[in-house]
Design a protein around this ligand. Sequence first.
Ligand code: SF4
Ligand code: SF4
Length: 269
Amino acid sequence: MSNHQINILLAGVGGQGILTLSRIISQVALQAGYVVTSAETHGMSQRDGAVTVHLRIGTHEVHPLINKADFLIALEPHEVLRNILYISKNTSVISEKKPLIPPSVYQNRRIEISTSCDGCSICVSDSGCPINQYLRDPTGIWIRLPAAGLVNGRLSLKEACTKCGLCQEICPNNAISIDTSDYLEDIVDSLGTISQKLYIIAAAELAQEIENPRAANIVMFGAFQKLQDKLNLPEKTCQDVITNLFPRTVESNLKAFQLGQDRVSLNSK
Ligand code: SF4
Ligand code: SF4
């Protein structure tokens, strides 16, 4: 056990597994013989509100709140900005790449329907646009105008469309294009200006690839384990804690952990 004290700020929004990530790191640190002090704020976590956990790991008990963080681990990139006061030039920032876009931002998206739309109607059917389903009563009568319909054999979007993007994902002809690139680039670029030690990890995407979308927090844990060197938290202890906490999904969670370890050096800025 080393004689160091490190401060870790975990940040995300409700439902992303921040508290589970905190539990994993705490258990690994305790098993390695450290004292762990923590404080959580998750007032709006049931409604996608911000969640933070202050974790302080060392050889003796300290005040639970962090002044400056040695590590900021953010499961959503905007949460890095929200917690900028905790960042110093020595802070290693590990951030998820993909932002969660709030509904108010959807409205600024540009949607284009290309000529490859053949009017198949999948996007406006009951397995398509959720707003259309919501605006029909159980007998199929429209309660308000639909969000989308077919006009002259092509998809036409109406005022009720929330620009959620679901139709883009299910269109078999790739006829719908929704532009979010400006928003995504802005946030990642701005992170580059506030930290010299920035590690952007596409954790949600990696978790999807291994068919365990809930494991994005484990990917981030793998990245953290690789970067932390002062505490020297053993890899084997990390794997044992993951195995004990997720007995039914051991394989995919260990894979997520390994992906985080592998990607952190590739994705550093
Ligand atoms: S946009 Fe795509 S899913 Fe919708 S009607 Fe056209 S081809 Fe079908
Ligand atoms: S963007 Fe969303 S709300 Fe608009 S038509 Fe497509 S699925 Fe419906």
